[in-house]
Design a protein around this ligand. Sequence first.
Ligand code: ADP
Length: 635
Amino acid sequence: MAKKQFKTESKRLLDLMVNSIYTHKDIFLRELISNASDAIDKLAYKALTDDKVGLNRGDFQIAIVPDRESRTLTISDNGIGMTAEELEKNLGTIARSGSLQFKKEMDEGKGEDVDIIGQFGVGFYSAFMVADQVTVLSRAYGEDAAYRWASTGADGYTIQEDSREAAGTDVILHIKPQGEGEDYDSYLDPQYLAALVKKHSDYIHYPIRMELEHTHLKPAPDPKPEDYKPEYETHRAWETLNSMVPLWNRPKKDVTAEEQNQFYKEKFGDWQDPLSCVQVSAEGAVNYKALLYIPAQAPYDFFTRDFQKGLQLYSSGVLIMDKCADLLPEHFRFVRGVVDSPDFSLNISREILQHDRQLKVIAGNLEKKIKSELERLLKDERERYLTFWKAFGPQLKYGVVSDFGQNKELLRDLLLFWSSKGEEMVTLAEYQARMPESQPFVYYVRAESRDKAAALPQTERILDAGYEVLYLTEDIDEFAIQVLERQGEKPFKAVSAPDALPETEQQKEEHQHRQEENQDLLDFCKTTLGERVHEVRLSRILKSAPVCMTTDGPMSFEMERYFEKVEGQAPMKAQRVLELNPDSDAFAALRRAKDEDEERAKDYVELLYAQACLAAGLELEDVAGYTKLVCSLMK
Ligand code: ADP
């Protein structure tokens, strides 16, 4: 029979496993048991709604059979099984995201191989750390034929038809010979295996069973003969090795962080430890237990429509829904975890669940728990919070904006922004706490990046006054600020707003006077620029720069750009305002030119307009015209 080849990336992973010098080879058992448990979950789930499955919850089990003579260790389950195609697909390629990540790290040559193995589950292939040959005999539920997949490692695998009594899978490992310094015999020793199961797979919620041998002292005959010698007898019996108490049902103090993390990685296929885990146990009006995780990174599809939020919902340890969306509000959709409540019936339908009062109460409580955990991270573990923010920050800002802003107060204190003060992001409360008493507003400026924000001419006077400016660098920032309206008593204010810095009566009068004095010049500019600008005015905000471009009304340039990208959206234009600095030399030159030579003055207007556009990060409509103009002025 022809051997089939593994897909390249699988082959590399396999090579690594076969030649592994990893010291924690024990984990292979946990991986195979976890696969078996998943396979049973799938069939058990089917059995809830399909009588034909014919198995009750109590019938499911995972069996472990070590055999010293044949040097095999078999892990069997009566789960969903695999068809020939599934054997090919699932065991011939790297399936899980963790393994893919693993491969990526290998390609990037990051770290030692062995360290990477420890970071996350490596799935089925880990069997090759302890076995020189692996056979998988599987029969899929609903199929008559079974198939046997066999491989001795990287040289490929075979698949042939076989038979098996019922649906399920046997993974048969041919354990490697005992080698120098390498102890493989332990994997044939029932006591050792039993201890491993207890250690790594105790909470698997199906019985993991193995035949164990016990030696007893035979009862002595009565009366005891003179020459009585105690006699022993051994008997073998199948025993359940795991307590089956799910992790979330154990008292909090008995669960280690490592167990929590391992559970997370296995369950949700992440290869990185979560940033945080919250264990909840509620009794009273509603009874439930929950384990909530905040991941360290967003799944690749997190910001797409394909991503499905939700928590796994169990009823007394039985999975009833894989992703129960109603348990999580949109703004915390990144949270993963499980909720177990005895109050839900096993075959409750999605539609009924949606309107379930109990579910709503749980969801409300979990939302509070998540919020306070995030607050704790923000306060006590800033570094971690920053990692969280990098992955999911925009999600919270979307949360502020969506649903007509009804969650804005819930999320306000969790938001971070860049600002003119320093390298660290800042919360609004921190900004507020350090602002001078006299500061009238919370200032912000919108720009593509922090550097660009810092270079904008319109921030200069505000910064000079000793005020901090928030740098809104993301599209969503600006929308969020608009919805939030104010921080404490202080409204948000764009640095370019004409009233950004309060003026004395005298200053106001002076400005008014200058405006009137120069009205002819401003009108001239507006006529020259036509529809390109909404207004030309004397600036109150500029200090050293001669011009800047700002906007009137709620639309900013960044919003304009944002809406340009949104498909099907009619283009929305920001109202451009060209501001001239009456104290600048350029302004004086323009004034002179207007009085002496209007053609020249027109050129100056064009030049200042172009400069303002460039400083605001806007594209010039007529680049060729601009270059020509600059050159002509150099003559
Ligand atoms: P993962 O379990 O993370 O997906 P594995 O490499 O361990 O990655 O397994 C690949 C796939 O093979 C699984 O997703 C599952 O579909 C299938 N599989 C493995 N073991 C079993 C089993 N005992 N019964 C049914 N399917 C299995």
